[in-house]
Write a protein that binds this ligand. Sequence first.
Ligand SMILES: C=C(O[C@@H]1C=C(C(=O)O)C=C[C@H]1O)C(=O)O
Length: 89
Amino acid sequence: MDTMEKLREQIDRIDKELVALFEERMEVSRQIARYKVKNNLPITDKAREKEVIAKNMLYLKDPTLGQKLEEFFAVIIKLSKAVQEEVKE
Ligand SMILES: C=C(O[C@@H]1C=C(C(=O)O)C=C[C@H]1O)C(=O)O
C-alpha cells in the first residue's frame, strides 16, 4: 500500500473517533437543553463558552494550532446551540 493510502487510513480512523465523540457531546448538550427548558434558562452562556475554549486551549501541545483550535470550538459550540434550539422547539 502506498504512503498516502496509509495516511488516509489514519485519517479515517481518527474521523471515526471524532464522529463518536461529536455524537456523545451533542447528546449531552441536548440533556443540558432539557434542563434549561425546565428551569427557564437561556441556551447561550457566554461565560461558559469562554471557559470551554480557554480550558481546551490548555490541552493543546502544538501552539501553532491555537487559532485553529479556537475556530474548531467556536463551530462545535455553534452546532451544540443549534441542537439545543431544536430541543426547545
Ligand atoms: C452546553 C451548554 O450550552 C451552550 C453551549 C456550550 C457548549 O457547547 O459548550 C456552552 C455554553 C452554552 O452557550 C452549556 O450551557 O453548558
